[in-house]
Design a protein around this ligand. Structure first.
Ligand SMILES: [Zn+2]
Length: 255
């Protein structure tokens, strides 16, 4: 695609309306869109999270009162480490916020109808392996931010019902697959024998939910739109990738 085409695509996005998207929040890639794009959590958020954990462990080893009646004082080393930890934590929250703002702005810029699922974040936090990923990605704040920005520019935000089975339904034929496990990365349908990426399947189901809700079909997302979207994300130093398409059905002919 040439420079001129790219500019054209961007202009088109500024004018054409009626584009819809379903967004699945996940652990592997932070966001999976129903247009085949993954948005990944920035590496520095994960790195700072690891540093935080290490620093918190170091802090705990320094001399400080461990119970209420403990008479030992906070050592100088403890105070120094505590100051370092609070500074790092502040930085961590800032880069999380920066990521959240950028992602929500770009998504609201490129789409007019957005559908996300109503995640049970509190329930997910109880599941230990999930909890870390969920808090790193700050799912809840991200969704709220997208919702708020939609309201600001009068775009439509649809929240799918908490019990809508977005991951366990086949997005191709609508068959319910009850034996899909959390560890299964691929959705295999016994009925129509389709085999697609798990998150992409969920995002596509959310897109179908959206079109049902608004009672119409949204404009097709073209290759030019896709390029402009990816371009915009990379300009903001956010990492995206195309959804891996092994045995994908022919939903998007340009793949
Ligand atoms: Zn199927």
């Amino acid at each position: 695609m040439s420079e001129g085409d790219l500019l054209l695509a961007k202009e088109k996005i500024a004018t054409i309306t009626n584009k819809g998207v379903g967004i699945d929040l996940g652990v592997k890639s932070n966001l999976t869109l129903s247009v085949p794009v993954n948005i990944h959590l920035p590496e520095n958020i994960k790195k700072k999270g690891r540093q935080l954990k290490r620093l918190a462990r170091q802090l705990d080893r320094k001399t400080h009162p461990r119970t209420k009646g403990d008479s030992s004082k906070k050592s100088n080393n403890y105070l120094k480490a505590a100051a370092r930890l609070s500074k790092l934590y502040k930085h961590y929250r800032n880069i999380q916020k920066d990521y959240r703002e950028k992602v929500s702005s770009l998504i609201v810029k490129h789409f007019d109808y957005i559908c996300m699922e109503d995640l049970n974040v509190r329930g997910m936090m109880k599941n230990h392996p999930l909890a870390k990923a969920v808090s790193e990605a700050s799912f809840y704040s991200l969704r709220t931010r997208i919702e708020q920005k939609c309201q600001m520019v009068s775009k439509t935000f649809v929240l799918a019902d908490r019990f809508f089975p977005s991951s366990k339904t086949c997005s191709c034929c609508g068959q319910y697959n009850s034996h899909l496990k959390l560890s299964d990365r691929e959705f295999n349908c016994d009925y129509c024998e389709v085999s697609i990426d798990r998150d992409f399947n969920a995002a596509t189901n959310l897109y179908h939910y959206l079109t049902n809700k608004i009672g119409g079909v949204t404009t097709e997302f073209t290759l030019a739109d896709l390029t402009a979207l990816q371009d915009d994300f990379s300009l903001n130093h956010l990492v995206t990738s195309k959804v891996e398409t092994r045995n994908q059905y022919n939903f998007y002919s340009f793949l």
